[in-house]
Design a protein around this ligand. Structure first.
Ligand code: DX5
Ligand code: ZN
Length: 224
C-alpha cells in the first residue's frame, strides 16, 4: 500500500558536520528522522528547536520529528514552526492526545503516535483513525545503536492487519536497530517506514547503505 522509505536518524550522525552528513545521503532519501529527548521521558537528552532550525536550513526535503518528551503539547508546535513535516509523540505522557493530534494536523503536518516496545497496540487504538504514522519502537527509546527487538514483530503484523480491516492508511514505522538483516523481518511483518540511524551513518557510503536498505525492504515487503 505504501512504498518503502528509509528515514536516516540524525541522532546517529556527527552533529558537528550535520550539513555534510545529510548531504551525503543521496537522492533516494526524502525524509530525515529527528529524535527529540528531554531526559525525562527517556534517560537521555538529544537536541531541540535550534538544531532543528539549523537542519532545516540545509535540508530541503521532509523532516519527521519524534518527540520523546513529557508534555509534548507544550513544544510540538515549535517544531512545526521550525520546519517539521511530520510529528509523532508518545500519547501516554500527554493529557489530551486527540486534541494534540488534531491541532498539529491543522497546523499542516502529518501526525503520529509512538508505542514503546512493551506497550500493546491496544494502547493506541483510539488514535488509529486519526494518524498518518504509527511509530512502533523496536528498541527501548533513548539511544541509537541498540539491537532490534524481534518480540515487537507480532505487533507490526497486528498493526498491518488492523489497518486493512479498518480501511485505514497510516504508515507503519519501525524505529530502532534497523539493519540490512532486521529490515527484512520488519518489512515482511508489515512495516513500510524504516528509521535507520547507525546502519546508515556508520557506513562509509551512506547513500549506498540507505539504498541497500530500501531495496532489501522492497524485496521483502508484505503486500497482502
Ligand atoms: C531511539 C530513537 C531512534 C534511534 C535509531 O530512541 O528513537 O530513532 O535514533 O537509531 P538506530 O537505528 O541506531 O537504532
Ligand atoms: Zn526515533
Amino acid at each position: 500500500m505504501h512504498t518503502p522509505e528509509i528515514l536516516p536518524s540524525v541522532l546517529a550522525c556527527d552533529l558537528a558536520r550535520l550539513s555534510e552528513e545529510v548531504s551525503a545521503l543521496g537522492p533516494d532519501v526524502r525524509t530525515l528522522h529527528f529524535d527529540v529527548m528531554d531526559g525525562r521521558y527517556v534517560p537521555n537528552i538529544s537536541f531541540g528547536q535550534p538544531v532543528m532550525r539549523s537542519l532545516r536550513a540545509v535540508w530541503q526535503h521532509d523532516i519527521d520529528v519524534h518527540l520523546m518528551i513529557v508534555d509534548p503539547a507544550r513544544y510540538a508546535s515549535e517544531f512545526v514552526a521550525a520546519g517539521a513535516t511530520s510529528v509523532a509523540f508518545h500519547p501516554e505522557v500527554e493529557d489530551e492526545p486527540l486534541a494534540l493530534l488534531r491541532r498539529l494536523r491543522a497546523e499542516g503536518v502529518r501526525v503520529g503516535v509512538g508505542v514503546r516496545p512493551e506497550h500493546p497496540l491496544e494502547s493506541v487504538a483510539p488514535f488509529l483513525s486519526e494518524i498518518d504514522v504509527l511509530l512502533l519502537m523496536t528498541v527501548s527509546p533513548g539511544f541509537a545503536g541498540q539491537a532490534f527487538l524481534t518480540e515487537v514483530l507480532p505487533k507490526v503484523t497486528e498493526a498491518y492487519e488492523r489497518r486493512t480491516e479498518d480501511g485505514l492508511a497510516y504508515r507503519i514505522q519501525v524505529d530502532g536497530g534497523v539493519t540490512a538483516d532486521t529490515i527484512v523481518d520488519a518489512a515482511a511483518a508489515g512495516a513500510d517506514w524504516f528509521v535507520a540511524g547507525t546502519s546508515v551513518f556508520a557506513a562509509e557510503d551512506r547513500a549506498g547503505a540507505a539504498s541497500a536498505l530500501r531495496d532489501a525492504a522492497a524485496g521483502a515487503m508484505r503486500t497482502g
